[in-house]
Design a protein around this ligand. Sequence first.
Ligand SMILES: [Zn+2]
Length: 169
Amino acid sequence: MSMLYLDVDTQLDFVFPAGALYVPGAELILPRVAARNREAIAAGHLLVATVDAHTENDPEFAHWPHHCVAGTLGQRKPAQTLIEGLRPFHKQTTDIFSNPAFAALLDAEKISAALVYGVVTEICVLHAVRGLQQRGIHVSLDSQAVKELNPAARDLFFAELRDRGGAIL
Ligand SMILES: [Zn+2]
């Protein structure tokens, strides 16, 4: 395997209107996320889902509403995004590279290219993309399968991604 598909934080608390940290409109990207996940498995690529998994008194809650506490309903992924072969990686911060097992997997699988999607575009997707690009991995982002909170911040991130040689699909 050399290609990674990365489904970032599509969890009930983020993508459903009743979620604890709902990203407005995020439910609309779910069919596309599900399609990308199926595509990854069908093609034999590595499919990883980053999954926020907080403790009850997580430091992140100083900055954000209580969300994605491990074991709660809101922390789960919508059924349509789940597929046999998907590998979840937990994180307690906005950066998946805070989980050293993720970078170790990239090395072990000799990942050279990645397709990234999910939420929130200018926060957790951004940190994932930066970490991948810093490791020399070519990043494509599916603009139809991400959702932002702040359009201006999203646009700055898209410019940065392109400046570093990435592609917006
Ligand atoms: Zn979080």
